[in-house]
Design a protein around this ligand. Structure first.
Ligand code: IPM
Ligand code: MG
Length: 361
């Protein structure tokens, strides 16, 4: 029997509710297989830790995560701590520290979910956005001088490196190749940004030659938003820079019905470090502590975590349970217009995961 070591980092807000729910689903899964078990270690990092210690995570935090097989993350963000501190002190520290350079964001309209595009069937919207996760607009390079004076200046420098663009393009082409439609759209803004984005386009063209069976096109990021709404079926795999993909993935999640459903994997494709899986929603202060958070985004992230571990049958089993639960409107949380609680949805998914005695292959 294999033992997978999983770090759980609930973080802040509703992260503290959905990560334990995700752990419950993994525990339910482990109960019905002889093939693997999970060993969880929980880390109480986040804004409460910051209030006590002045940092979001301890200096040796990365070392504590280093030998895990995967990380399940909730969210970082607190009404009383500036957002750039919570983000850079925890989530980005882990993403950058472990060079999780590929951020993968699948979007589908799950059964029973009422999506806002009236002319769009679930078959028309089946995308996966690949977000460059290590550089670009989130490089962290920049500075501020003459603070408070009229001559104050501030920069956030977006850096793209050839090596960084090559590796994300190769990852995206490979992912597109593994999907039935073998279709990749490269998002750009090389009409206005005439240096780095032009290199981005050039590298895309070079890498495309390694994947002759993948059809690909380029789309300007602003035009891409209109295309996602008007012609969703023309898209399949999408690759974009850090900030472009950040924005497009919120649009994608909203078009698929709710931000509460959307999952993410922060992946180190070379597997030198543990990868980290999380729902894309934030801490949601308005509903935190009330048991109302939608755990589906975390459960779908758990599916991605299982796929990353190579446990494809187990991943399918959890996804089937998730889809059966979304199909039942009485199990919809508030973000989907329903009244179900986090606990209801979690219990329903766990019960379905455990329903058949058949061992997970
Ligand atoms: C996301 C989030 C984060 C990001 C926020 C919380 C800083 O929006 O994962 O998409 O922009 O990276
Ligand atoms: Mg975002």
């Amino acid at each position: 029997m294999k033992t997978y070591r999983i770090a759980t980092i609930p973080g802040d807000g509703i992260g503290k509710e959905v990560v334990p729910a995700g752990q419950q689903v993994l525990e339910a899964l482990a109960r019905c297989t002889q093939n693997f078990e999970f060993q969880f270690e929980n880390f109480d990092w986040g804004a409460d830790y910051y209030r006590q210690h002045g940092v979001m995570m301890p200096a040796d935090g990365l070392a504590a995560l280093r030998d895990k097989d995967a990380i399940l993350f909730g969210s970082a963000g607190d009404p009383d701590v500036p957002d750039h501190i919570t983000l850079w002190g925890l989530r980005l520290k882990i993403c950058q520290g472990f060079d999780q350079y590929a951020n993968v964001r699948p979007t589908r309209i799950l059964p029973g979910i009422d999506a806002p595009l009236k002319r769009c069937t679930p078959d028309d919207l089946n995308w996966v956005i690949v977000r460059e996760n290590s550089e670009g607009e989130y490089s962290g390079i920049g500075g501020r001088v003459h603070q408070g004076h009229p001559i104050e200046a501030a920069t956030d420098v977006s850096i793209l490196t050839r090596a960084g663009v090559e590796r994300i393009m190769r990852f995206a082409f490979k992912l597109a190749q593994s999907r039935p439609r073998k279709l990749l759209t490269v998002i750009t803004k090389s009409n206005a940004q005439r240096h780095a984005m032009v290199m981005w386009d050039e590298v895309a063209l070079e890498i495309s030659k390694e994947f002759p069976d993948v059809k690909w096109d380029k789309e300007l990021v602003d035009a891409a938003t209109a295309r996602m709404v008007n012609r969703p079926a023309t898209l399949d795999t999408i690759v974009a820079t850090n900030l472009h993909a950040d924005i497009l993935s919120d649009l994608a999640a909203a078009l698929a019905g709710s931000l509460g459903i959307a999952p993410t994997g922060n992946i180190d494709p070379e597997r030198r470090y543990p990868s980290m899986f999380e729902p894309i929603h934030g801490s949601a202060f308005d509903i935190m502590g009330k048991g109302l958070a939608n755990p589906i985004g975390t459960f779908w992230s758990v599916v991605m975590l299982l796929e990353h571990l190579g446990e494809f049958e187990a991943a399918k089993r959890v996804m089937a349970a998730v889809e059966a639960v979304t199909a039942d409107a009485s199990l919809h949380t508030g973000d989907l217009g329903g009244k179900a609680t986090t606990a209801h949805v979690t219990a329903a998914v766990c019960a379905l995961v455990e329903r058949t005695e058949a061992a997970v292959a």
